[in-house]
Write a protein that binds this ligand. Structure first.
Ligand SMILES: NC(=O)c1ccc[n+]([C@@H]2O[C@H](COP(=O)([O-])OP(=O)(O)OC[C@H]3O[C@@H](n4cnc5c(N)ncnc54)[C@H](O)[C@@H]3O)[C@@H](O)[C@H]2O)c1
Length: 243
């Protein structure tokens, strides 16, 4: 049976890399993103690999958009087997209590509420077809504090709480769910070289990660090879969380 995956934030970074890995394995894809341009480009790249893919323009922080991306996926493919619940934003990088109320709410809306809506409506569909596999994107900031990104860190800790709790509640319904905790990964091109080197020095492997190193692990966690990994938080951080 050909599987169908929904990937939020599928237009870039971890989302796109995971889409390409799943497409290589023959999975049909529903790519969800705010950006039409980036999302449609991921669809094109997946189609080149021989699978069917659709793009759904949606803001994961809007519950109606989440219901719509699930409905459009079911309309097209009839089912959803795999879910990479990944879209997220970080923050402007000020000391946590200097973060504006508006910014705090917007980070919670996207990273936590958006992930919750996705779980709520996707799991509902998975239950109708006998189960599914989910990966939620947390962060190194979800297992440790992250100075100047307090709202982000709080939401990523919350993602881990949701993951573990849902694992306990839905494992017997054949819903398998895990979280990933990537360390600092893709850095904007404009970022000063010195700052990138300083961040890399904090990592035991002495370098920052690449998005494909996350995509490979997510594809594994969504695949049969990881069938007994459930309720886990998998660090992909070059050893940063070990310190
Ligand atoms: N990049 C890192 O260093 C890093 C580290 C740990 C965790 N993360 C987390 O990984 C996830 C993906 O990060 P990335 O580095 O691939 O980011 P990215 O910026 O490359 O891609 C994120 C994608 O999500 C989309 N997006 C943002 N807000 C959205 C919304 N409200 N609705 C729908 N789509 C939205 C963007 O348009 C973008 O295409 C995020 O949850 C992020 O917090 C990133």
């Amino acid at each position: 049976m050909i599987k169908t995956a929904i990937i939020t934030g599928g237009g870039s970074g971890f989302g796109r890399e995971t889409a390409l890995k799943l497409a290589e394995k023959g999975t049909n894809l529903s790519i969800v993103d705010l950006s039409k341009e980036r999302g449609e480009e991921t669809v094109r790249l997946c189609e080149e690999l021989g699978v069917e893919a659709i793009f759904v323009e949606a803001d994961v922080s809007m519950m109606e958009d989440v219901q719509r991306y699930v409905a459009e996926t079911i309309d097209k493919f009839g089912r959803v087997d795999l879910f990479f619940n990944n879209a997220g934003i970080s923050g402007s990088g000020v000391r946590t209590l200097e973060c504006s109320i508006e910014e705090f709410h917007s980070i919670v809306n996207v990273n936590l509420n958006g992930a919750f809506y996705g779980l709520k409506f996707v799991v509902n569909e998975m239950l109708k077809t006998g189960g599914g596999v989910i990966v939620n994107t947390a962060s190194l900031g979800g297992v440790a504090g992250m100075p100047t990104l307090g709202a982000y860190s709080a939401t990523k800790h919350a993602i881990i709480g949701l993951t573990k709790t849902i694992a306990g509640e839905y494992g017997r319904d054949n819903i398998r769910i895990n979280a990933i905790a990537p360390g600092t990964n893709k850095i904007p091109m404009a970022f000063p070289r010195g700052e990138i080197d300083a961040m890399a020095e904090e990592v035991p492997t002495d370098r920052l990660g690449q998005p494909h190193e996350v995509g490979d692990v997510v594809a594994f966690l969504l695949g049969e090879e990881s069938s007994y990994i459930h309720g886990a938080v998998i660090s992909i951080d070059g050893g940063a969380a070990a310190l």
